[in-house]
Design a protein. Structure first.
Length: 410
């Protein structure tokens, strides 16, 4: 508390000095500067510390302070004694009375100093005894301040609780959004006989295996060229389905294995003597070492994935590919209006179409190079007309129904 009192008094003294009118004569340390018998109080109070004591002595006693006097009055200042009080004390000393130097404005300064000191002392006393004063005896204003402080403390506590609740809500919202995105991805866990249902769905809407093999024959030369760069390392087909691509690779003497989570599809592949494993694509890839495969392919799988899963899948593909390895991902082409507005929505597990420009950007961001888009399966019988309008119409309605995004790992 003593330090507290000293700091308050020190601040009050500094305020008093700063508020003095700046009309005094030029500063000097010569004795002749205070030779007059009539001085203004502010001509002395504008100085601080040792300089103030020296000038007070010169003005009132016509000499410099002795060591004992200097130490004494400096201690008085440190303890909170005002400059006006010290001037009065020096002036009323026996030596000061003999010199009889008049200080104008000292009475007014003393009055204001008295007010400050009394108010300060009252404040200090109140601070000292406040803990012992009963709540009933505190003034209404002080009681209100205490209540406001208590209310503020309670509000801050409520705010902290609300912040925690808000954090939980945001976390739960993310979980709900994730579950919403994953709706359809694991339908085989929720719908009875889903695996057989989806196998039948592919037979009806995707077409016979022979037609599919004919469509994807175009990728064989691309894969063969890539494999020459990494010692014919195996090809991994994600979401191999009925195994048309695996069978085509086998016929071309390319070592390959397939992954699918649908037991009905795996059974069909087993019956055809194909190397397949029942597993989720992400789960399987995460089990593999770095740089295992020469190529990784995925036909019509990326449109089934939540975006976060797609990004993670590409990371795993890149990690498991050998240097010079290649990725091929075929997906419906939303540039074709018939596809984006109609046929894409036949499959209940589709998330949303992925434009080729977007996939090209994503592969680039994931580190793949020499990225290219291969458009496939245009609709037959476009309108035969040489006009620019017809050409644009044919592009939108009869253009490629699918495209493949192809990229390489350096």
């Amino acid at each position: 508390m003593d330090n507290y009192e000293f700091k308050i008094k020190q601040i009050m003294n500094e305020l008093s000095a700063k508020n003095s009118l700046d009309t005094s004569f030029k500063e000097t340390r010569k004795k002749s500067a205070f030779a007059s018998k009539h001085l203004l109080a502010r001509e002395l109070t504008k100085y601080d510390g040792t300089e103030f004591i020296i000038n007070a002595y010169r003005a009132l006693l016509k000499r410099g302070p002795d060591e004992e006097g200097l130490d004494y009055y400096l201690n008085q200042l440190k303890e909170g004694k005002s400059k006006v009080a010290i001037i009065k004390q020096v002036q009323l000393s026996s030596e000061g009375k003999k010199n009889n130097v008049k200080i104008k404005g000292l009475s007014a300064s003393s009055f204001f100093d008295w007010i400050k000191e009394n108010l300060l002392n009252r404040a200090i006393q109140l601070t000292k005894f406040l803990p012992r004063i009963s709540f009933e005896k505190i003034s209404k204003t002080e009681r209100l301040e205490i209540l406001l402080q208590q209310t503020l403390t309670e509000l801050l506590a409520v705010q902290a609780k609300l912040s925690k609740i808000d954090h939980k809500i945001k976390s739960q919202d993310k979980d709900i959004h994730k579950l919403y995105e994953e709706t359809g991805t694991n339908l085989h866990l929720k719908i009875p006989n889903w695996d057989q249902f989806y196998s039948n769905f592919e037979d009806v809407f995707r077409g016979p295996p022979e037609i599919i093999k004919e469509r994807i024959q175009v990728y064989i030369p691309i894969v063969q060229e890539a494999l020459t760069k990494n010692n014919n390392s195996p090809v991994l087909d994600l979401g191999c389905g009925r195994g048309e691509w695996l069978e085509l690779l086998k016929e071309n003497k390319i070592k390959a294995l397939g992954i699918d989570s649908n037991p009905a599809m795996i059974e069909q592949c087993d019956q055809r003597g194909l190397d397949v494993t029942k597993d989720d694509a992400m789960t399987y890839l995460k089990k593999q070492k770095n740089q295992v495969f020469g190529s990784v392919t995925g036909f019509h799988i990326i449109e089934h994935l939540p975006f976060i899963t797609l990004m993670s899948l590409l990371d795993e593909i890149y990690r498991t590919l050998k240097s010079g390895g290649m990725v091929i991902l075929e997906t419906p082409n939303p540039h074709n209006v018939i596809v984006s507005s109609n046929s894409f929505h036949y499959d209940p597990t589709h998330k949303k179409p992925l434009p080729p420009e977007l996939m090209k950007f994503i592969l680039d961001q994931k580190g793949f190079t020499n990225i290219m888009v291969k458009e496939l399966n245009s609709l037959p019988n476009p309108i035969q007309d040489a006009s620019a309008l017809t050409e644009k119409f044919n592009e939108l309605f009869f253009g490629p129904q699918d495209y493949a995004i192809i990229g390489y790992k350096n």
